[in-house]
Design a protein around this ligand. Structure first.
Ligand code: PEP
Ligand code: MN
Length: 262
């Protein structure tokens, strides 16, 4: 907490790249890794626009068991190939404690999804890794519960935790979730950990990504994680909340007026 550690923590991703400092860090890429061409195109596009990390899911926690579940290790290999080509570090989700070791062999940042925010066995395992963890807020976790989930990782010895507000469940149906923008300053007042915003999952609509991203800067966030797909209409998951590369580039240009982006 801020009481124990008053100054903000910088979470190093790779030497020379940290979250929580002066630079506003944008992570971007498709919801799911689908093919070599798709992830390479995405990686080049988001890098050209100024993203500092590539996102992409190889293990997907889908609401329906009949939906695309991800390419698993093949997806991790494609992410590693995209990192090789672009130099972008990769952030990817681990869904099952059984896969921690496998995902850690490829990932620069291990993502814990909203649905696993209270998977304490998974959190404890990640606490024993020497790797940054992107811990998403659950869709029904209070700030206090969310911070306790972060403690599960920290208390095992891994200090490199990045928090992510990705929308919570409310009565509102116009958006997929409700972006709790106030969570950003609340979290920042209570913890030294960096806080980023995921406007894709928070809203469910590509056209809402840019305005919520500017709001994230104004609220004091340390960065964003945004879904970008070369052809959102063909995406295997979350197409409606994915920006086309050109729209992502336009947003990044505007963001540069508000924040220090690469
Ligand atoms: C994702 O990042 O694709 C994802 C599944 O996010 P969340 O866990 O926030 O729903
Ligand atoms: Mn997604």
């Amino acid at each position: 907490s801020r009481e124990v550690k008053p100054e903000p923590s910088l979470v190093e991703i790779v030497p020379g790249l940290s979250v929580g400092g002066d630079e506003f860090i944008v992570m971007a890429g498709p919801c799911s890794v689908e093919s070599e061409a798709q992830i390479l195109q995405s990686a080049h596009a988001v890098k050209a626009a100024g993203a500092r990390l590539l996102r992409g899911g190889a293990f997907k926690p889908r609401t329906s068991p009949y939906s695309f579940q991800g390419l698993e290790e093949e997806g991790l290999k494609l992410l590693a190939a995209a990192r090789e080509e672009t130099g972008l570090p990769i952030v990817t989700e681990v869904v099952n404690p059984r896969d921690v070791e496998l995902v850690a062999r490829y990932a620069d940042v291990m993502q814990v999804g909203a649905r696993n925010v209270q998977n304490f066995a998974l959190l404890k395992m990640l606490g024993q890794l020497d790797k940054p963890i992107l811990l998403k807020r659950g869709m029904a976790t209070t700030i206090q519960e969310y911070l306790m989930s972060a403690e599960y990782i920290l208390s095992e010895g891994n200090r490199r935790v990045i928090l992510c507000e990705r929308g919570i469940r409310t009565f509102e149906t116009a958006t997929r979730n409700t972006l709790d923008i106030s969570a950003v300053p609340v979290l920042k007042s209570q913890t030294h950990l960096p806080v980023i915003v995921d406007p894709s999952h928070a809203t469910g609509h590509a056209r809402l990504i840019a305005p919520m991203s500017y709001a994230a800067v104004a609220a004091g966030a340390d960065g964003l994680i945004v879904e970008v797909h070369p052809r959102p209409e063909e995406a295997a998951s979350d197409g409606p909340q994915s920006l086309k590369p050109a729209d992502f580039a336009a947003m990044m240009k505007k963001l540069a007026a508000y924040a220090e982006v690469a």
